[in-house]
Design a protein around this ligand. Structure first.
Ligand code: ADP
Ligand code: MG
Length: 147
């Protein structure tokens, strides 16, 4: 089995999660796919906002729950923000033309990527956000695994 690099971070406020996203955005390259896993309200959109800011996108990120994908062109590369929480059928992803994004020239970020596992690319960066209430209401553990 291949060794996988796992990175773990802890944040104690939304601002720290934003800042981590901004930092990690510096590593992003065109064509990268990042997935976000975690319960509702854990901070996936906050983290995504940080990534967007790190790419130089100034407009606020809205969770694209009803459109599935939102495209931002103003940063150092295009940013494709998917939220597939409400996806009914994997064919909806075909209709959107997801391959143009996943294999395109921008950074793709997918909230609830576990719902579309069968169409994820061979390699992607999996970001998991978890709470631990024993460590406080605003505590989050953020784990990054390159698959
Ligand atoms: P999701 O997209 O995962 O459903 P959101 O990012 O929309 O979640 O919301 C996360 C909520 O948790 C926000 O209200 C945010 O202020 C709050 N929060 C508290 N602590 C943190 C933290 N450490 N990191 C991120 N968000 C946090
Ligand atoms: Mg969200």
């Amino acid at each position: 089995m291949q060794d996988k690099k796992v990175m773990e971070f802890e944040t104690f406020s939304p601002e720290e999660t934003l800042e981590l996203g901004r930092k990690l955005a510096r590593e992003a390259r065109p064509g990268d796919v990042y997935t976000l896993v975690g319960d509702l309200g854990v901070g996936k959109t906050v983290f995504t906002q940080g990534i967007a800011q790190g790419l130089g996108i100034e407009e606020p990120i809205c969770s694209p729950t009803f459109t599935i994908v939102q495209v931002y062109e103003e940063g150092r590369m295009p940013f494709y923000h998917f939220d597939v929480y409400r996806i009914g059928d994997i064919e909806e992803m075909d209709e959107i033309g997801y391959e143009d994004y996943f294999y395109g020239e921008g950074l793709t970020m997918i909230e609830w990527a576990n719902l579309i596992e069968e169409i994820l690319p061979d390699h992607y960066r999996e970001i998991t956000i978890e709470k631990d209430l024993e460590k406080g209401f605003d505590y989050r553990k953020i784990t990054i695994l390159d698959r």
